[in-house]
Design a protein around this ligand. Structure first.
Ligand SMILES: Nc1ncnc2c1ncn2[C@@H]1O[C@H](COP(=O)(O)OP(=O)(O)OP(=O)(O)O)[C@@H](O)[C@H]1O
Ligand SMILES: [Mg+2]
Length: 217
């Protein structure tokens, strides 16, 4: 089966700072890949390279077997790359549902009328149905995170990139959000999620092993 995503020897520098250094990996359909690293390690930059928000200095990126190394971000969204941003920036003056309609219409290149049903099902999948008609600016942090996830889902992704989506949440909120994300993964969506911290410390944490990695300790 064709991999959803491949990176081959991808590198990116900002001035003298080499942030992405010869990164290669392949992601088969349906996989969930975690990326862990401390502040400034280059995690968000990796996402920006995959989405086309920035272009690599060297290397090759493919999506669904197609070379997209230099393709614009919008083209990659329409090919099935959805992302959440580290700092949620919804349209605060629009409702939750209107935010989804906007993301879906632009992301899928369709009219709003054509994406209504899809957006309703995304509201259900992300537990936002009861909040559909609230202004995005009035949401709690957890619901803002859910909306960020929902906006990415509205674009109809095959590959979902989650940039520190659980940052700032309490343990209980974090578990709730992870349950939602596991539901999306169970639908067959391929996921890369970013977590922050020192890799050794995170991997040793019992909670992370149980929650993120699904292992019994
Ligand atoms: N567009 C840019 N121009 C110049 N430098 C940048 C740019 N984007 C990122 N950097 C630098 O590259 C390094 C990696 O940044 P990046 O945002 O990818 O890290 P990160 O691992 O996501 O960090 P954090 O955990 O703080 O989110 C940092 O030193 C950052 O200042
Ligand atoms: Mg980051």
């Amino acid at each position: 089966m064709t991999d959803v995503l491949t990176l081959t020897s991808v590198s990116k520098s900002f001035g003298a700072l080499k942030v992405t250094d010869d990164v290669s990996f392949a992601l088969p359909k349906g996989q969930a890949l975690g990326i862990i690293g401390p502040n400034g390690a280059g995690k968000s930059t990796l996402f920006n390279l995959i989405t086309g928000n920035i272009l690599p200095d060297a290397g090759r990126i493919t999506l669904m077997g197609r070379d997209v190394t230099r393709s614009p971000a919008m083209e990659r969204v329409r090919m099935g790359v959805g992302r959440s941003f580290q700092i949620p920036q919804p349209f605060e003056g629009l409702t939750v549902f209107e935010n989804l309609l906007t993301a879906a219409a632009f992301g899928q290149g369709k009219s709003e009328a054509e994406v209504v049903d899809h957006c309703v099902s995304v509201l259900g999948d992300t537990e936002l149905l009861p909040k559909a008609n609230l202004l995005a600016g009035s949401l709690s942090l957890l619901d803002r995170k859910r909306l960020e996830l929902a906006r990415a889902m509205a674009t109809g992704p095959e590959l979902l990139l989650l940039d520190e989506i659980a940052g700032g949440l309490t343990d209980a909120e974090c578990r709730a959000l992870i349950a939602t994300i596991k539901g999306l993964h169970a639908q067959g969506i391929t996921i890369i999620w970013i977590g922050m911290g020192e890799p050794e410390a995170i991997m040793a944490s019992r909670e992370v092993r149980e929650i993120y990695l699904g292992m019994e300790v």
